[in-house]
Design a protein around this ligand. Sequence first.
Ligand code: 13P
Length: 305
Amino acid sequence: MSTQLTDKIRQLKAERNAVILAHNYQSGEVQDIADFTGDSLALSVKAAQTDADVIVFCGVKFMAETAAILSPAKTVLLPDKHAGCPLADMMTAEQLRELKRKHPGAAVVCYVNSSAEVKAESDYCCTSANAVEVVESLPRDKEIIFVPDQHLGRFVVEKTGRELILWPGYCVTHAAITEDDIKNARAAHPDAVVMAHPECTEPVKTISDQILSTGQMLKFAKRSEAKRFIVATETGIIHTLKKENPGKEFFAASRRAVCPNMKRITLEKVLWSLEDMHYKITVPKEIRTKAKNALDKMVAILPAK
Ligand code: 13P
């Protein structure tokens, strides 16, 4: 890593009174320059609490939008304006309105990997870390629409024993991890614990040992007595897993599990973002107010582990 580059970022960050938030899927060098790294839930909590004037969000657009909704007085910058999320793009607000018309009494829980417009149409937001707790907080006889990730939705169905009305969205990066990948990784590392993200497909989750959000994977790996782990999620998290657990080994379940959108953010773009104060992410007030309602409930419900 060029120290000149990182020095410049640090200097500008101080001048702008900025904070750098990075998701666990960012490249190692971007995670290392960040003030905070974490999963979607932890970063949302940080974005809501920080007293910095500027938030540089090293993640994808819906994450920066979430920060802009939770902290409307701050300037939120996304270092690459094309860092989107195909899963979030799999449902439009109009499609959700249509689903609501079909199920008029249902409450809507939306995964944070969704647009601000979809959040504005939802009653509750959740992340993979607290989706089970959010659904369980609703009365048992309440009909629930859960969007847009079908795989996270099915995980919640299994955990809660409740029926959910699902949407066929999915994460393309997690879908690239196959059952054979897990079997091959297990054959290569028979004593390893398999940690899979709930966005993985059902066959992958069925043969994994632990289903965890990225933040939960970091906690689990630290606490576990195991020495080897197979990681079935975006490979960026392996950087922090290794850094925090020098005596343990971590193997990617699949080398294809690289999110091209997350990896659009580079150190150079973080610097340019602070220099030129781009790309500003804003959410129109009408959408923001409604979406904030769903997000506030999400931030209030922290997961059990
Ligand atoms: P986490 O909530 O585990 O950070 O997951 C975010 C995400 O986008 C998964 O694809």
